[in-house]
Design a protein around this ligand. Structure first.
Ligand code: F0G
Length: 462
C-alpha cells in the first residue's frame, strides 16, 4: 500500500496480447445450439471472455519465456529438471519429487500406488478428477466439509476446512480401518474457492498421526491458500506467502499438485513424498506411464517455465493484486444484484443461480441456464456446479436427486483479463438480474455415465 486508500496495481505490464472475438447475438445462438448447449463443446474462437477454468489459462512472464528458451530436452537428467526440482524442494521440503504432466496424472500415479481396493479416501472435498481417480483405484471417495461451508452467505474465513469431528468419528468408527488416505484440497475448489486454515491442517496432521493414516495435500492453489491464511488467520501476518505455503507442506506426508494453476504454466504437475517405499512404487508407475522420472511427460521448456513460475506465484505483490481483482469483481457482481459465495476466494467466484432463478426447479438446471445466458448475452463462458454436474439422474436422464446448491463458477485466469473485462462480465450479469424470469430451463438430451458435465448435450425447454 502507498497509503491507506491507494491499492497498488499488479506488479507487471502487458507486452504480448492475443485478440478475442466478438460474435453477433445470432452467431452466439447458433454456436451454443451446435454445441448441444454445453460450453465445453464451444470453440475458443467463439468466446469473448473465457471464465471456464483457471487451469493452464494463465499468462506466462518474460522471465518464464526467457528461461524456456534455454530449456534442456535431454531424455534423462536434464538441467531443466534439476532447476525445477531444486525450486520445488525448497518450497515444499519433500525429499522425493516426481514430475507429472498435470494434476490428474499425479492423482492416478499416487492413488494406484497408495490406495487398495475397498479403502476410503477422506477429503474436505474431492475435485472431480480426484474423485474419479480414487474410484479408478477401487477406493471410495468421501467428502467431509466443515458445517460452516453449507452457509453460502456467511463471512466465516475458512469454509474450506474439513470437519474435524466427523474425521475423528470416521477414523474411530467401524470404517476407520478402511481409511487409506486423508487428502485436503487447498483451496477448496469444489466448495467456493474457500481456504483451509493452518489450524485445520495442524489438527488433521495430529489426528492422522494418532490413527496412522497418511495425510496428503491436493495443493493446486497452495499460494492462494497461503495468501488467504495471511489475510485471515491470526499469527501469520509477519510470514511471507512462501513461508506459509512451506509450513502447510511440512504438515503433510506428501502432496499432489496440478501446477497448471499456481505453477503459472499451461501444463505441469508434481508429486511430493516422504516415504521411500511409496516413492519407489510411484516412480516405477511414473516411468511406465508418464515418462522418465526427470521429465514425467513435460518438456525441458515446461520445467523451466515452472521453476520460474513457482517463484513468481508467491510474490506478495502479485497475490495482493490477484486477490484484489477477484474481490472487486465480486463486489461488481453483488452490486448488480447477483449473490456469490461469501467471502470471495481468489481463483473463482461462484454465482448463486438457484437464488437468482427461483422460477426454475433443479430439474430444469438453473445453473446451466444462467451459464448459457451468460454466453448468449455476452459471449462469456462459465462452468455449472449444480444439479447438472452433481445431481443423480435416472435411466431416462431425469433428475432424481438434486445437488445441494445450484451454482455457476466464474474462474479467473491468472494475469490474463483486465478490470474492463470484469466490468463487462458484471454488466452482462446485471442485465440478466434485471429480468431473470425470461430465462428458460433446459433438459438433457444425452449424457455419458461418468464425468457427465464434460460431454452432456441439452436442449432448451419450451
Ligand atoms: N485438484 C484440483 C483441486 C483441481 O482444481 C484440479 C483441476 C485438479 C486437481 C486436476 O488437475 O487439471 O491439472 O489434471 N482443476 C481445473 C479446474 C480443471 O477448472 O478447476 P489437472
Amino acid at each position: 500500500m502507498l497509503s491507506h486508500d491507494i491499492p497498488l496495481p499488479p506488479p507487471y505490464r502487458i507486452r504480448v496480447v492475443e485478440p478475442i472475438p466478438f460474435l453477433s447475438p445470432r452467431e452466439r445462438r447458433e454456436a451454443i445450439a451446435a454445441a448441444g448447449y454445453n460450453p465445453f463443446n464451444l470453440r475458443a474462437d467463439q468466446i469473448t471472455v473465457d471464465l471456464l477454468s483457471d487451469s493452464g489459462t494463465g499468462a506466462t512472464s518474460s522471465a518464464q519465456e526467457a528461461a524456456a528458451a534455454v530449456g534442456d530436452e535431454s531424455y534423462a537428467g536434464a538441467r531443466s529438471w534439476f532447476r525445477f526440482r531444486d525450486e520445488a524442494a525448497d518450497l515444499t521440503g519433500y525429499p522425493h519429487l516426481l514430475p507429472v504432466h498435470q494434476g490428474r496424472a499425479g492423482e492416478r500415479v499416487l492413488f494406484s500406488s497408495l490406495l487398495r481396493p475397498g479403502q476410503i479416501c477422506v477429503s474436505n472435498t474431492h475435485f472431480d478428477t480426484t474423485h474419479a481417480n480414487v474410484e479408478l483405484a477401487g477406493a471410495e471417495p468421501r467428502d467431509l466439509p466443515c458445517p460452516e461451508a453449507a452457509d453460502l452467505d456467511s463471512a466465516e474465513p475458512f469454509k474450506g476446512n474439513i470437519d474435524l469431528a466427523a474425521l475423528e468419528q470416521t477414523l474411530a468408527g467401524p470404517d476407520g480401518p478402511r481409511v487409506g488416505l486423508v487428502l485436503l484440497t487447498i483451496t477448496n475448489n469444489g466448495l467456493g474457492a474457500q481456504p483451509v486454515s493452518m489450524a485445520n491442517l495442524t489438527a488433521v496432521q495430529a489426528i492422522c498421526r494418532r490413527f496412522g493414516v497418511p495425510f496428503f495435500l491436493d495443493a493446486a492453489r497452495f499460494a492462494e491458500n497461503a495468501w488467504l491464511v495471511r489475510e485471515r488467520e491470526d499469527g501469520y501476518q509477519e510470514l511471507t506467502p512462501r513461508e506459509i505455503a512451506t509450513r502447510a507442506f511440512q504438515l503433510a506426508d506428501g502432496c499432489v499438485i496440478s501446477l497448471k494453476k499456481d505453477g503459472l504454466t499451461a501444463i505441469g504437475g508434481l508429486i511430493g513424498l516422504r516415504d521411500d517405499d511409496l516413492f519407489a512404487r510411484c516412480e516405477a508407475n511414473l516411468i511406465a506411464t508418464e515418462g522418465f522420472s526427470t521429465y514425467g511427460g513435460l518438456s525441458g521448456r515446461d520445467l523451466e517455465r515452472l521453476a520460474q513460475g513457482l517463484r513468481e506465484v508467491v510474490d506478495p505483490a502479485y497475490l495482493a493484486a490477484r486477490a484484489g481483482q477477484t474481490a472487486r469483481f465480486a463486489r461488481m457482481i453483488n452490486d448488480a444484484g447477483v449473490d456469490t459465495i461469501q467471502p470471495a476466494g481468489i481463483h473463482a467466484l461462484y454465482l448463486n443461480a438457484g437464488r437468482l432463478l427461483p422460477h426454475l426447479s433443479p430439474a430444469e438446471f438453473p445453473g446451466h441456464s444462467l451459464g448459457c445466458q451468460l454466453y448468449l448475452d455476452g459471449g462469456i463462458r462459465s462452468a455449472e456446479l449444480g444439479s447438472l454436474y452433481l445431481g443423480t439422474l435416472d435411466a431416462g436422464n431425469r433428475l432424481v436427486s438434486p445437488a445441494p446448491f445450484e451454482l455457476v463458477r466464474l474462474a479467473i485466469p491468472r494475469r490474463v483479463y483486465t478490470e474492463e473485462h470484469f466490468l463487462y462480465a458484471a454488466a452482462v450479469l446485471g442485465a440478466i438480474a434485471k429480468d431473470p424470469e425470461r430465462i428458460r430451463g433446459y433438459r438433457i438430451v444425452s449424457a455419458p455415465p461418468v464425468l457427465r458435465h464434460f460431454k452432456v448435450r441439452l436442449a432448451p425447454l419450451e
